[in-house]
Design a protein around this ligand. Structure first.
Ligand code: TPP
Length: 645
């Protein structure tokens, strides 16, 4: 406990130096040391910790090298994350420390994933997830607790209640005496304990981890602790009543523990001082070394965003060479079936995916054939679906999850953008979160504004995620299998309006890699660059204009991340710089804008137009929908207009 306190004191002091060797702010855990110390005394090798952002104490108690931690907080090359995470996002999954999380509450669903991985891998591992009292108000946390109880996960949730949610007193927010009372509502055991006594913490958590290990499911333990210092290093605590601070100081766990050790004659004050001096000397040496350590090399700043795709031997399935006439959605089903058959680590889950087989039938009969552990329904909890997928993927499983409608991604994007996309970067390539997310989007007659948006631009903007939009049944099969083989997070956005289109699909013997456009039709007058529902429109226009001697090329990008710049450049060159970018999404800030900009920058003769839905909301009325969504008539007019210029 003293090591943690001395580390935090030193970190605080370093932030006050001018200039400080620590850029930005730090959140220190003085007063809360007994919780990680008590908890870690109960864990075994193979158990995992998902920590609060105020997590230095958890990292130290987890056994991460103290020098590497201080170096990280000082953003040095030698830091445990090479200066990528700094103080509040430290991560080391290879040591069971899944990490701090700077998004309050977001670690809870991720911990559900690591716990589910332990269950699936049969290793008797337990996951401990810690968070503050403020986090107890977060939706992601609520979803995670429900998911954990539903799956009976080996997990212990630890709320470190220090009485403050940043600068707001917890008591002014929470209308229950004890936060652990909420456990009953989730269907798990709950208890509130004194979090200043490491022995009390150890004993309570031992019970909870024993329960988890013996299949009795999750628990919620509220540890009441004092917050000795401010919310962060520069917090002047103007909002905090003096009495509250005095009460916290009176409950300082280090002083309480020292008095107890002396009173019970376990140690005298000289021995305790001696221990403290030794710790201080050790930290002095560490600090001197760290402050001499190099800063990260600027030329490494772009590394570890995504890996180059590769096909490993086990991704090659030699037994299937069939060709079948199938619908787009059946092709998705077949890809899932073959992945479940060939990868024991693959799991398929989402809302209604089990017995019902998904509302569009993508998972029909998969639960029957692969069992309820590998294909299962989830609560209606998108953060829990995506967050548990992140935890599973970090732990070596291959989660393939469905978000029923792309519009529903919006309630849980944190888990893709802040969580999955950061794992490779933060760990400098030592770990990744290769989740596969399937969803569907677009307009169909009668679909409303909350069930018909085309949202690919939101994900296209995010480094660290791969993004594909299949336009044909063959690609629905190939691209999904490529996504599953890929070592990074991949989102596949299917087109609902294409689900019932059918074509001959070859179930190839080699899984394609992520990336690569397809020139669906050659042309030398104008190229239409498009994807998803735009492909058929473009082909129809090309057919019509061919009768008039105009040759229109159709480039189906397939993957928006990574973007096939070479294919774009070749097609644009072949058409003398004349290009139309066509998409169903609305124009402003759409992917078409980026592609048009790239063409303009690279081709001096560029004449490029964008066609998309105007910047409106989407109506339910088919008549109004038709007035907005791109169609062949408009695209044909745009091609002719471009040729006239
Ligand atoms: C989703 C989200 N909302 C808001 C914040 C800003 N924020 C950072 S820490 C914090 C307070 C969290 O309080 P609590 O969970 O009680 O943790 P404690 O500070 O007590 O350790 C807030 C609101 C954030 N990081 N993430």
């Amino acid at each position: 406990m003293y090591l943690i306190r001395a580390f935090e004191q030193r970190t605080f002091d370093l932030t006050r130096e001018k200039p400080s060797p620590i850029a930005g702010s730090v959140h220190l855990c003085a007063g809360q040391e007994a919780v990680p110390v008590g908890v870690m005394a109960t864990l075994r090798p193979g158990d995992q910790v998902v920590a609060t952002y105020r997590g230095h104490g958890w990292a130290i108690a987890s056994g991460l090298p103290v020098g590497d931690l201080l170096a990280e907080i000082c953003q040095r090359e030698t830091g445990i994350n090479g200066g990528r995470t700094g103080s509040a996002m430290i991560t080391a999954p290879w040591q069971g420390f899944i990490g701090e999380n700077s998004i309050v509450g977001a670690g809870v669903p991720i911990g559900c994933g690591t716990a589910l991985a332990s269950l699936m891998q049969g290793n008797e591992g337990v996951t401990v997830v810690t968070f503050g009292d403020g986090a107890m108000s977060q939706g992601a946390l609520h979803e995670g607790l429900i998911f954990a109880a539903y799956r009976n996960l080996p997990i212990v949730f630890i709320c470190e209640n220090n009485g403050w949610a940043e600068m707001t007193p917890a008591s002014s927010i929470n209308k229950v005496e004890r936060l652990s009372e909420r456990a009953a509502g989730y269907g798990m055991s709950g208890t509130t304990i004194d979090g200043t006594d490491p022995f009390v913490v150890r004993d309570a958590i031992q019970l909870a981890t024993d329960r988890a290990r013996s299949g009795l499911g999750p628990s919620l333990v509220e540890c009441v602790v004092p917050r000795l210092w401010g919310h962060y290093n520069r917090d002047i605590q103007h909002y905090r009543p003096k009495a509250d601070k005095a009460n916290a100081e009176a409950a300082d766990p280090l002083e309480v523990m020292a008095s107890r050790l002396i009173a019970s004659r376990v140690a005298d004050s000289d021995t305790l001082s001696q221990i403290r001096r030794e710790v201080d000397r050790e930290l002095d040496a560490i600090q001197t070394r760290v402050l001499d350590d190099p800063f990260p090399r600027p030329d490494t700043a772009r590394e570890h965003i995504v890996a180059a795709p590769s096909i490993s031997k086990r991704d090659i399935t030699t037994s299937c060479r069939e060709t079948e006439q199938v619908t787009y959605i059946k092709a998705v089903n077949e890809a899932l079936r073959r992945e479940l058959a060939s990868r024991p680590e693959a799991l398929v889950f989402g809302e209604d995916l089990g017995k019902a087989g998904g509302i569009f039938g993508a998972t029909r009969y998969l639960q029957r054939d692969f069992g309820v552990d590998r294909v299962f329904d989830t609560p209606i909890a998108e953060s829990a679906i995506l967050g548990s997928a992140v935890g599973l993927a970090i732990s070596g499983m291959k989660p393939i999850v469905e978000i029923m409608w792309a519009d529903f991604l919006l309630v849980a994007l944190d888990q893709i953008i802040n969580q999955a996309a950061n794992v490779r970067y933060a760990t400098q390539g030592r770990c990744t979160a290769p989740i596969v997310v399937r969803t569907q989007q677009g307009v169909t007659p009668g679909s409303c504004a909350q069930h018909s948006q085309s949202l690919e631009a939101l994900l296209f903007h995010i480094p660290g995620i791969k993004l594909g939009l299949p336009a044909t049944p063959q690609d629905a099969y190939d691209m999904l299998r490529a996504a599953v083989a890929d070592p990074d997070p991949v989102v596949i956005i299917e087109s609902r309006s294409l689900y019932q289109t059918s074509a001959s699909v070859h179930y190839g013997d080699q899984v394609a890699v992520v990336g690569g456009a397809s020139l669906r039709r050659e042309g030398s007058d104008v190229v239409i660059i498009t994807w998803a529902t735009g492909v058929q429109i473009a082909l129809d226009v090309a057919n019509t204009l061919a009768d008039r001697g105009i040759t229109v090329g159709v480039l189906d990008l397939r993957w928006l991340s990574p973007l096939d710049d070479t294919a774009i450049d070749d097609a644009v060159k072949r058409c003398g710089g004349r290009a139309i970018v066509l998409h169903e999404a609305n124009i402003t800030g759409g992917v078409g804008a980026e592609i048009a900009a790239r063409i303009s920058e690279r081709h001096s003769d560029a004449k490029v137009r964008r066609i998309g839905t105007p910047d409106t909301r989407i109506p339910s009325s088919p008549v109004l929908q038709s007035a907005l969504i791109p169609n062949a008539v408009g695209v044909e007019a745009a091609v002719l207009g471009l040729l006239e210029q």
